[in-house]
Every structure is written in C-alpha cells, then in structure tokens.
Design a protein around this ligand. Structure first.
Ligand code: ADP
Ligand code: G6P
Length: 763
C-alpha cells in the first residue's frame, strides 16, 4: 500500500466507531483474548490507521466491562463501557432494530421505540464526551457508521477546534423511507455537525442531500450543504459526497501467494471430495445478505436435476452476528432448518451438497476458501458495498473463478464484469448459478481480469487518499481567530484561504507577468442540476475582472462547455481569453502571436468530420433521446452525453457505456467526466490549449484552478513555478487543494487584492 503519512497533515487522527477493531473474547475456561471484530468496517479501515497511527474510541464487545486504554501497534485503543441496558436499547434496539432495517430498504420491519431513541442519544453523547477528552488540539476525528450519527454535532459543540469527518458504511435510504423515522430531523442535524460526510455510492449521497434539504431546510449546492448562521455561529459548509470504500488489495494478494495458503486451498477441495464445482458464500448471518434466496435457488436446482449433487458442493460461511436481535434469531433458525433439509434430501453417506459453517475464521483460512472456490455467490438484497466480492477478485491472480454479484450491492457499481443478478428473481439467480458453474476458462479469465483491474484501480489507499484528502483540505482551511479562538472551518462568502496556498499566492502576486487560468463548472460556479442554471460566484467574477484589467495579467477560462453553453449562464467575460469544448474553441487570444482570436481554434469541420458527427448525433438521439434524465449537448466539434440526472446509477453507467461503444465505432475521441462522456471529432484537451495560451502571452507563471478529471490535463502541464489548485475531493496532480468553489473564489480575491490593492468583499 502507498505511504499515507502525510494524509492528516501531521494532525492526530481519532477514530470513533461503535466497536473497537478488536473484540475481547472470554473462553469457557475464563481466559480472555482479543479477536478482530466482525464486518467490513474494520477490514477496510484498519490497514489505513495501522499506517497512520491513531487513537480509536469504541466498545470492546461485552456488556458491563471496564477496560483501561491499551495499545496495539501504532493504535491507542480507548474502550467505552456499555451497560447491559445500553446494549439492549442502543445497540440491539435503535442501531440494529430501527436504523439497520430502515437503511436497508426496510427488508425487515424497522421498529420505532422512544426508549431506544433516548438511549441512542445518551450513548452517542457518551462517545462524544469521551472523544472530546481524548482528542489533541486541532485533531481530525473520523466518526463511523449508523450507530453514531449524533456524535458529529455533539462533538462540534464540545470541541469547535476539531475537524470532524463522518463515513456511513451502509446505504443511506431514499428520502421517502427515511421520512418514517420519528427523529429524522435530529439525525440529519447530528450528521451536519461534520465537515465531510462520506457515503458508499452516489445514490446515497444524493439521497442524503435531498433529505437534508427536505427536513432541515438547508440548501445543497452540488456536493456541498450550506448550514446557515445562528446567533452564535457563522455559517459553514459540509461536503456530502460518495467515496466508495475498498480493501487493502496487496495485503490480500500477498496472503494468496503464500505456499501454505495455496496448499490449504487444495486441501479444502480434497476434504470436500474434489467436487467438479465448489461454490462459496461468505457473509455475516444477516437478513440483508440474501442467504435465504440463495439457498432456495440452490435447493431448486438440485431438485430439478439441473445441477448434480454428486459433483457440486456449496460452502456457506455465515459469521454469527447480532444473535439476540429477533430478526437475526429467526434467520438463523430458518437457515439451519433449510440446510438440514437440503442435505437430508440430496446428500449421501459421506457427501453433503451443502456445508454450513457458523463461525469466524482467520484471514489465511478465508483466503484459502476464496482460492478453493470456483464460484463465489454474493447476493445481498441490499449492501452498502460488500467487501467479500472485492476480496475474492484480489486473491485470484490465477484469473480463474466466477463472481455472481447482486446488483443491489454497492460493489456492483465497480465490478461490472461479475455475473450481475437480481437476488429476488429466483429463476434469474438459478440461471446465473448454472452459467457460473459451466463458464468456459477463457470467459472466466476475461471477466476476472476486469474485476481485478477494478479492485486494483480503487484500493483502500486510493479511497483513503480521496476521503482524507477532502478532510485535510477542510482542516487546512481552519484558522485561529483574532483573539485566539477557533473559527468555523469554512465561512461561506468569506471563505478562508488555506495557509499553504496563501504563501504561494503572495509570491505569484509579485511576479511581473502572470496567467490566471480556471475551469468554470465546479470551480467558479457551484455544480447545479441543470447546467443552464450554473452561475459564477460574484466574488470570483469580480476578482477575475479586476485581475484582467491589471497590467501583466492574462485571465483565461478553460471549460468543457461549448462557448454557446457558457453564454447560457449569462457569464460576462470581456477581456478574458475563453476556450470552450475542451480546447476546440478559443476566443480572445488576440494579444498573442498566433492571432487566433475569435471563432473555432482549428477552423471549420471537414466534410468527413461533419458526416461522422451527424451520424453519431442521430444514433444518440434514437438510442438515448427517450431515456429519462439523459441530456445530449451538441458542441461545434462533438457531442456530450450527460447522465447526472438519470435516477438509477446502474442504468446511467450502462447508457454511458453504450454511448462509448457507438462513439468509438465512429472514430471519435472519447473523454470521461463525472457522469458525462464527451465525443469529439478532434483530439484536443485543456492542457494543450493552455500551452497555446502560454506561447502567445509574455512568459510568466500560471495559477490554475479546476475540479474535474479533464482539468488534470492542465495540472499535468504545470511546472514548479506554477500553482495548481484542485477544487474538491478526488485524486489529482495539483499541488494544492481547496474544498469548494467559495474557497476558490477567496483565492482569486486574495490574488486580486495583493496584485492591485482592490479589496473584493464576500458579496
Ligand atoms: P459486512 O460489513 O456487512 O459484514 P462486508 O462483505 O463488507 O460485509 O465485510 C465482511 C468482512 O468480514 C470481510 O472482510 C470478510 O472477509 C470478513 N468475514 C466474513 N465472514 C467471515 C468469517 N466467517 N470469518 C472471518 N472473517 C469473515
Ligand atoms: C457492518 C456495519 C458495521 C458493523 C459490522 C458488524 O459492517 O457497517 O458498523 O460493525 O457490520 O456488526 P456488529 O453489529 O457485530 O458490530
């Protein structure tokens, strides 16, 4: 895994989750030991904090146990005590009897009890108070999951100096379901105490922003929610965005290479009688995981004779979970009866078609199981992500094995080459199982290669860099106020410029000639749902006008929009150089040597280009024109397909993938943006247009601000004298980062003021 030391900017990191990463287990003989806690939260987060070091506040897994803080490696664990009643009302009750089913599409009926809610508040307060005691000045506190949603606001009250991040590991429900919760407003207010709220999927982030707008009446601008000022607090912004979680891919791959683990995989197959097909399921025993549906499909296939009990074995590992909660107790009973029935009906002496293992295993044993399995069935009815699916792909360096994956698992967004199934459709599930069991080696290889690419592309280090990068940007923008008090992290309309950027802007301001270049959407103008509604922030507009009128300063706007699309926003850009359609259009460069002012950069479309573009446009209109939420944007040299408004993310991905196939067939250059694919008859990018602008203007450093993937082409061209600033979260080649468009405007205002003496206010 890549080095993560600088991800917190030298600040202390405090993790807060209901469970510590280890549970204290007491054996029958009274001896005690520590064991890794169950679930995906710990699998994902532990490798990060092992590197970074942290204080971790959480419960040790047993009621009424008082345990002193202790250390494991670079982590200092600070146990919070829960009484038997806390466990019953807060953990089993409100967390797992109310929130868990409500947040998982009400697969089980959520129960609403006031005494559960009261205890949830009390325990959340206890966690907040404990963190307030433990955290050093200026620390970053990272609160995890649905059990602790009130902690961010409680903690902000107690310790305004902290930067507070929250990550929800499970789905966030659609607003119409969340509306059932009698305490819905309080939960949203609790979460809005954080500076950054991370979600697994874009649909979760969208649902939360909609819910926050609906129940607390706070406006959302793109990914940012604006919490208005109160009598004693200024307004502030909260970033609510998706950051899909992952695993330490290299660590799993390394275990999978070890000779003893490979031997153990072989041994497992032998112990099971060397079946032709070994199918595996690995889940906490939870009703969201679709175990009942899976067993039903399997038992019907055996009964119909579609698969032969003599050459297939299905191993279902079901980790014990929340065993005192009624829905879990029922599930366990039902699963165990079904297992007995299937083996009774289809087994023979010394041979069981279904092996059910109700216990936890070591990492090595889990990996050996993954290596032994020809097919992995991951078929949850709803799952925030599902790391088991990613672990399987990470382990299969042999490019063998088939993943059958529910389309309702967050992982299905990334693992597109799994056999995707709707687990409610038992016939579909049966067909996928049969297909997986008979998949030819070549197809297995092709699919597994793609799955592995996806997990390697977004491993846990990548996830942590994106998430902690956004958190750190907030932390950097905090400042001590005039009388030594901590100010709110970002003030809307008067955003603070992070200290490291402040220094570099001061140096740029003193240079005789300077180019100030910037992207438009998401950088100068907050993202909105309808592109024509985007508006440049007044402060940014004023700063750029002041800069462009000042001697030795060139102002350039580099946008992916067409110039016509930019004009729709009412932008006034007199005196600026403006490049549209990612560099295919360029106006205003009349001061320069190449005289390319006014009109398209490279002349008109040739006949062939016009024909190809016309053909593709007609195809898109036929194929995508009627799809809800799809918008086609015509540009002088191409066409863009926008899918941001498509209600279903999977469908959006499929439509965009289909568009890419058609566009590539027409020989178009394809560019990927956030929920958009752009097709252009000419290769051009913002990086090359900035080079043209630099060549035409007097030599000098460049300040460039951008937020999207297409802006990375510019960041990649910048030298040590230049300053690249990424706006918002995500991987970047830029050397600095600010959290949002308001702070980007503050950077421009600071530069304008230093260069001209004209003060640009926040309005
Ligand atoms: P959830 O967080 O809902 O439990 P995930 O699939 O995201 O689901 O994560 C489950 C994690 O628990 C994975 O890292 C998996 O390897 C681990 N795990 C599941 N079952 C067992 C088991 N029986 N023994 C040990 N680890 C397990
Ligand atoms: C899921 C949740 C975690 C939880 C884990 C195990 O992964 O997202 O927050 O810790 O399940 O559940 P448990 O109730 O045993 O902590």
């Amino acid at each position: 895994m890549t080095d993560m030391q600088d991800m917190t900017g030298g600040r202390e990191l405090v993790m807060v989750s209901n469970r510590l990463p280890v549970d204290r287990v007491v054996a029958d003989d009274g001896s005690t030991a520590w064991r890794t806690s169950p679930g995906g939260l710990v699998t994902a987060v532990e490798p990060i904090v092992e590197q970074l070091g942290c204080v971790w506040v959480g419960w040790a897994g047993n009621a009424d146990e008082r345990i002193d803080p202790f250390e494991i490696g670079s982590m200092r664990l600070a146990p919070v005590e829960l009484s038997g009643e806390d466990v019953e009302l807060y953990y089993e009750g409100f967390s797992n009897g109310t929130l868990w089913p409500l947040y998982h599409d009400v697969i089980a009926q959520p129960q609403y009890h006031r005494e559960w809610w009261d205890r949830y508040q009390q325990v959340n307060r206890r966690f907040a108070e404990r963190v307030a005691q433990e955290a050093a000045d200026d620390a970053i506190v990272w609160v995890h999951d649905y059990q602790l949603q009130l902690v961010p606001a409680m903690l902000r009250e107690l310790r305004p100096d902290l930067t507070i991040a929250f990550f929800l590991h499970i789905p966030f429900p659609p607003s119409r379901l969340f509306a059932q919760l009698p305490w819905r407003k309080r939960i949203v207010e609790g979460l809005l105490g954080a500076d950054v709220i991370g979600f697994q999927q874009v649909t979760d982030a969208v649902a939360f922003r909609t819910t926050a707008e609906r129940f607390t009446r706070v406006p959302a601008l793109g990914n940012t929610i604006v919490v208005p000022a109160t009598a004693d607090r200024s307004s502030r912004t909260v970033l609510a965005q998706e950051f899909p979680i992952s695993i330490d891919v290299e660590a799993f791959a390394a275990v999978a290479e070890r000779p003893e683990v490979l031997r153990r995989a072989q041994e497992i197959r032998e112990e099971l009688g060397n079946p032709r097909t070994l199918m595996l399921g690995v889940d906490r025993l939870d009703y969201t995981k679709g175990i009942r549906h899976r067993l039903k499909a399997y038992s019907e296939l055996l009964a119909d004779g579609e698969i032969d009990a003599s050459d297939i074995v299905f191993v279902q590992v079901a980790t014990p979970s929340r065993e005192r909660v009624e829905a879990y107790r029922q599930l366990r009973d039902e699963v165990e009866v079904t297992v007995g029935r299937i083996n009774g009906e289809h087994g023979a002496i010394g041979r069981a078609p279904l092996v059910y293992l109700h216990r936890a295993y070591t990492r090595d044993e889990m990996v050996a199981l993954y290596l032994a399995a020809d097919v992995l069935l991951v078929t949850p009815l709803r799952d925030g992500m599902n790391l088991v699916a990613k672990e399987y792909a990470a382990c299969r360096a042999d490019e063998r094995g088939v993943l059958v994956l529910s389309e309702f698992a967050g992982a299905a967004d990334e693992l597109r080459d799994a056999l995707l199934v709707n687990p409610h459709d038992i016939e579909g599930l049966k067909a996928a199982i049969v297909r997986a069991a008979h998949m030819p080696g070549e197809e297995q290889r092709r699919r597994m290669r793609s799955l592995r690419r996806a997990v390697y592309d977004n491993d846990v280090a990548h996830w942590a860099a994106g998430y902690l990068g956004a958190v750190q940007a907030v932390a950097e923008s905090r400042r001590v106020g005039p009388s030594g008090e901590w100010t709110e992290p970002i003030q809307v309309g008067a955003a603070f410029v992070p200290r490291s950027i402040d220094d570099r802007v001061r140096r740029l301001a003193a240079r005789p000639s300077l180019i100030v270049a910037t992207d438009f959407d998401g950088t100068l103008a907050p993202i909105v749902s309808r592109p024509q509604d985007a508006r440049i922030l007044p402060r940014a507009a004023q700063a750029l006008d002041v800069l462009s009128a000042s001697p030795g300063t060139g102002v350039a706007l580099l946008t992916g929009r067409s110039l016509a699309g930019l004009a729709e926003t009412g932008l006034r850009s007199d005196g600026w150089i403006v490049s549209g359609s990612h560099g295919s259009e360029l106006v205003g460069l009349d001061r320069g040597a190449d005289g390319a002012g006014g009109g398209p950069a490279e002349g008109e479309l040739s006949e062939d280009e016009a024909q190809r573009l016309g053909r593709l446009t007609r195809r898109f209109e036929r194929m995508l024109g009627g799809e809800a939420g799809v918008r086609l944007e015509r540009k002088p040299f191409g066409i863009a397909v926008h899918a941001r408004e498509v209600p279903d993310r999977q469908q959006a991905d499929e439509l965009l993938a289909a568009a890419v196939v058609l566009g590539t067939a027409e020989g178009m250059h394809v560019r990927e943006g956030k929920e958009v694919r752009e097709f252009s008859v000419r290769a051009s990018d913002k990086g090359s247009v900035l080079r043209r602008i630099r060549d035409a203007l007097p030599p000098g450093p460049v300040l460039f601000l951008g937020d999207d993937v297409t802006d990375e082409d510019v960041f990649a061209t910048l030298g040590p004298d230049d300053l690249g600033i990424k706006v918002g979260a995500g991987e970047t080649a830029a050397s600095e980062r600010v959290p949002d468009a308001e702070t980007a405007a503050a950077v421009l205002a600071l530069l304008a003021e230093l260069r001209t003496g004209i003060v640009i206010g926040s309005e």
